[in-house]
Design a protein around this ligand. Structure first.
Ligand code: TXA
Ligand code: MG
Length: 309
């Protein structure tokens, strides 16, 4: 175990917060079993309590001690996609504290693929709760510097730390699949394309059973600057070209995903009146990109009265 991983494990055991690199985005982690540390995740992010957190573990065997993953669908998805950018929403075991699930009977769980965080999870042996390490509703972080920029001032240097694992390789959050309905339901498009999930488990439309798509809001991942979406091939809007920042990576979806949040941050810092984002096609990673861009462009005032949406 490297020195920095050992320090991170110690910080988690001491009730501190650790910003962790994952293949998707950086997370802000606390030991699941320490309620006061998990509470600090919410205050640090300014996130409404009751908005549930994903827990992260080292492997499927440990995941099974936190959630019921006994169904054939769960086994198939976990075996094919872990470690990797897939979160399963599954019945929780009793030891998962209410603060993590917002009192729900399900828990979101995943095995991340980043080597540094895998080493941390293996050394820790338990589970860590980690939402994305940004202020609630804002653009997600894909570098350690983004984390410093967003929440560096509210971390406690005596207890907390940021693990720098370089830029995230995938760049958009994990795909969330609810396996408590029949058939399973896709709750959030993400790093594993919907087409791959369908290949693994068959049809995912027309699920029967209560949807658990809690906490999905119209506006999210939002820069300060207004975002206008245009389809590929459409003309740019009228106006001063120097007062617009255009994001167009539609020719390479993996590159577009890897750079999405950096692009939005750079565009936001460019001091223009408008960010124009060209929508990628709705295939593969394009589903997640279209979802995030749509939320980045949504009117933030609509959610403020009802943050859980
Ligand atoms: O890639 C990812 O998933 C990243 C990295 C850090 O792992 N994490 C992440 O967490 O995106 P967060 O908190 O930013 O988004 C998690 C989403 C939220 O919309 C939350 O409401 C939903 O998952 N979620 C988590 N647990 C849930 C549950 N038990 N029931 C319903 N929704 C849940
Ligand atoms: Mg987030």
């Amino acid at each position: 175990m490297t020195c920095e991983v050992a320090r991170a494990v110690e910080a988690l055991r001491g009730g501190g917060l650790v910003a962790i690199p994952t293949e998707t985005v950086y997370g802000l982690a606390a030991d699941v079993s320490q309620t006061s540390a998990v509470e600090r995740i919410f205050s640090t992010k300014n996130r409404p309590v009751g908005h549930p957190l994903i827990i992260h573990v080292a492997d499927l065997a440990i995941a099974e001690t936190w959630a019921d993953l006994s169904s054939p669908v769960a086994q198939q998805l976990a075996t094919a996609c872990w470690p990797g950018p897939l979160t399963l929403l599954a019945p929780r075991h009793e030891k998962v504290p209410d603060i993590v699930t917002g009192g729900r009977l399900t828990v979101g769980i995943r095995v991340p693929a980043h080597p540094l965080t895998r080493a941390l999870l293996e050394a820790h042996g338990g589970a860590i709760a980690a939402p994305s390490a940004n202020r609630f509703g804002k653009v997600s972080p894909t570098t350690a510097q983004h984390v410093v920029d967003d929440i560096g001032d509210v971390l406690n240097p005596d207890r907390d730390l940021i693990l720098d694992g370089g830029p995230c390789g995938v760049g958009v959050e994990s795909t969330i699949v609810d396996i408590t309905t029949t058939p399973p339901q896709l709750l959030r498009p993400g790093g594993i394309p919907a087409e791959d999930i369908i290949t693994l488990v068959g049809d995912i439309d027309g699920a029967v059973g209560p949807s658990r798509a809690a906490g999905m809001m119209a506006s999210h991942y939002a820069p300060r600057t207004k975002v206008l979406l245009i389809e590929k091939g459409a003309p740019l809007p009228d106006g001063d070209a120097h007062d617009m920042y255009v994001i167009d990576r539609t020719n390479d979806l993996a590159d577009a995903a890897r750079n999405l949040y950096s692009d939005l941050r750079i565009a936001d810092a460019a001091n223009v009146s408008l960010i124009v984002a060209v929508m990628p096609p709705a295939v593969g990673l394009g589903h997640a990109l279209r979802d995030r861009l749509t939320k980045a462009a949504a009117d933030q005032s609509r959610d403020s009265a009802n943050p859980i949406g």
